[in-house]
Design a protein around this ligand. Structure first.
Ligand code: SF4
Length: 346
């Protein structure tokens, strides 16, 4: 079994090395803006988001539900649901802007080979009446036309060993798996074509804390064993702090703070990030009353003008209601979009 895992890791490292770029940056997102068309108008789900990830790095994308985290993931793979559209921006993967690529090329060259996604809610992501093995084989054959069914099935076995599930269980149906096993099978499917970037969207949702910890440990292992680049989407800051070197905080479709995780968690500067960090209990410190952020997230059909956080911000000034604060560097590897912080820093 160990030999199989080693062989798979060797194969994986070989395939990612083959496609490796000379620069360190694997993904650069510039000014990404994605809207959903509805009967009531356009939902401005993601606006002017920019970030980059280097090879082998993990970026955590955090924020309240509905802030645009999943829309960023779906935009990166160009699998937005009907009505969803990237209206502006660039998604540069290994030097190619995939926003401009034809759908056929994205399907053949990008999806599952360059960027792959572990969908939110593993419970519903698999077809319950098709054997797990057949679903993964189908995904492999869809993206690698030259592979035979037998080779794909062999790969499924190795993938199951890699994610810690007995290979014979690949013959089962999804309903015969526990929640944790289904999540591991989803991760196996997502890494089946050796993607350079894996996006895990709320991988711990609906799992109990013990299984959640096992799944997070598995993602960490894949990152260190396979040198995989990772985007971890979560509303749970503690998960992100544990796994990711970089953290981006989103609010109402905008990235409001981004930087290395130590700076973000030790020295949060944006009032929203401060609120998020304060809302998390620290089991090592004295018992203190938890402080919540007043108000609720805005309706993105008609988001507030200027800084989208201004209706909930205790420091809001006149300028905040009129002008969108730009994301500016405040220290090395730390950017914030806030008039107050930028004024202090000027
Ligand atoms: Fe608050 Fe103004 Fe900063 Fe927005 S820009 S977070 S409203 S101080």
């Amino acid at each position: 079994m160990r030999r199989n895992i080693k062989a798979y890791i060797k194969y994986y490292l070989f395939t990612i090395k083959k496609g490796a770029d000379r620069t360190m940056s694997l993904l650069e997102v510039e000014d990404l803006t994605t809207y959903y068309r509805t009967l009531r108008g356009y939902v401005k789900a993601v606006e002017n988001c920019s970030f980059s990830i280097n090879k082998g790095e993990a970026l955590g994308l955090a924020g309240e539900s509905g802030c645009g985290k999943t829309t960023i993931a779906l935009s990166l793979l160009r699998i937005l649901p009907p009505g969803g559209k990237i209206v502006q921006g660039k998604i540069i993967v290994n030097g190619t802007d995939i926003v401009k690529l034809q759908e056929e090329k994205v399907r053949k060259k990008i999806r599952w080979k360059e960027i792959s996604l572990v969908f939110q809610g593993a419970m519903n992501a698999m077809n319950p009446v098709i054997r797990v093995k057949d679903q993964i084989v189908e995904a492999i054959k869809l993206h690698e036309h030259n592979i035979s069914k037998k080779e794909a099935e062999e790969r499924v076995k190795k993938l199951f060993e890699l994610v810690g599930v007995e290979p014979s269980r690949a013959d089962n149906y999804p309903f015969e798996f526990s929640g944790g096993m289904r999540q591991r099978a989803m991760i196996a499917m997502a890494v089946a074509c050796s993607p350079k970037l894996l996006i895990a969207d709320e991988p711990g949702t609906a799992l109990d804390v013990i299984v959640q910890a096992q799944v997070i440990k598995l993602l960490e292992e894949l990152k260190s064993k396979l040198g995989m680049t990772l985007i971890l989407i979560s509303h749970d800051l503690s998960l992100i702090a544990e796994v990711c070197e970089k953290t981006a905080i989103m609010y109402a479709g905008n990235i409001v703070e981004i930087g290395d995780s130590v700076s973000i968690f030790k020295n949060p500067l944006h009032p929203y990030t401060k609120g998020l960090v304060l809302a998390f209990p620290n089991i090592k410190s004295q018992k203190v009353k938890m402080i919540s952020i007043p108000g609720s997230p805005p309706d993105l059909l008609n988001p507030p003008t200027g800084c989208r956080f201004h209706p909930r911000c205790q420091y809001a000034m006149e300028v905040c209601k009129k002008i969108v604060p730009p994301l500016e560097t405040v220290e090395e590897n730390h950017k914030v979009a806030c008039h107050l912080v930028n004024k202090k820093n000027a």
